[in-house]
Design a protein. Structure first.
Length: 276
């Protein structure tokens, strides 16, 4: 169950397509040739089909249909296209261990991603697509943990059935949680350091020094999503809302709390990526 053993062999690491690696590198590269990257995306038929189907869904509210990757880049902007392609590539390429339900895993990831993005409306100078990307991979550490140690994954599943939280069960069983593993994976995949730090501190952002804005957004998004899964009324969601985290993120708490009701019927446009 050693943490180091998870990363001993590169063949055991979840692999992602080369085009996804190039998209990750474009985060911190202001000189990246977006037209060239879009052309490479267009050469990936599966990714292109999923991109166009998702982009043309009503969720994105485009004024017209997009028919190509280049067209989508113009209408939606390259950052949004990059995020959609990354989401499609992750869903398609990452193997799902037996202990997890693939559809539910990604639906949860999509919901957290969209909520993390939605929260950006209440803060200044937030990169919504970066928050969306962080949300997409916030629980990716589970894929490696549960694949390498499936017997321990079964123990975690049993512990959760008795009422233990996933974090508590993983810490007790593995000696670490998916947050630490996910942060290391993101680092090895060359995601921006801020995303890796966000994954690491997503469950205790106030303990991070310095504070992680991305970690804070993920914590808030996960709180909202968990409340929806439990079908709690908005009044209870507001009553127990992590205001301290919201304030640390620099969000307008008054406006945020008054808008929480609109997340009750929140649907992720990314769910279309799960269709064959």
């Amino acid at each position: 169950m050693s943490f180091d053993h998870l990363f001993e062999s590169a063949t055991r690491l979840p692999s992602i397509p080369k085009i996804i690696q190039e998209l990750i590198q474009s985060f911190d590269n202001p000189d990246a040739d977006m037209k060239q990257i879009a052309a490479k995306i267009a050469q990936e038929p599966v990714l292109t089909v999923k991109l166009l189907r998702t982009a043309n869904a009503a969720h994105y509210g485009l004024t017209r249909k997009v028919a190509s990757v280049q067209d989508a880049s113009i209408v939606m902007g390259f950052p949004a296209v990059r995020t959609l392609v990354m989401a499609s590539g992750l869903v398609t390429s990452l193997a799902m261990p037996a202990a997890l339900d693939k559809r539910q895993f990604w639906k949860d990831a999509f919901a957290v991603a969209e909520l993390a993005k939605w929260l950006c409306k209440f803060g200044l100078r937030r990169d919504a697509n970066t928050m969306l990307t962080a949300g997409l991979i916030h629980s990716v550490g589970q894929l490696l943990m549960y694949s390498v140690y499936p017997d321990l994954a079964a123990k975690v599943k049993h512990a959760m059935s008795t009422g233990q939280s996933r974090l508590e069960a993983e810490q007790a069983t593995y000696g670490y949680t998916y947050c630490l593993v996910g942060a290391e994976l993101a680092s090895r995949w060359k995601f921006p350091a801020a995303i890796s730090e966000g994954l690491l501190h997503q469950n205790s952002p106030l303990a991070a020094n310095p504070f992680s804005i991305i970690g804070g957004h993920l914590a808030l998004a996960k709180y909202i999503h968990s409340c929806h899964l439990r079908e709690l009324p908005v009044e209870e969601l507001v009553e127990h809302f992590p205001v301290a985290i919201s304030e640390a993120c620099g969000l307008n708490c008054e406006k945020l709390l008054s808008a929480l009701a609109e997340t009750d019927a929140f649907e992720s446009g990314l769910d279309a990526l799960l269709e064959d």
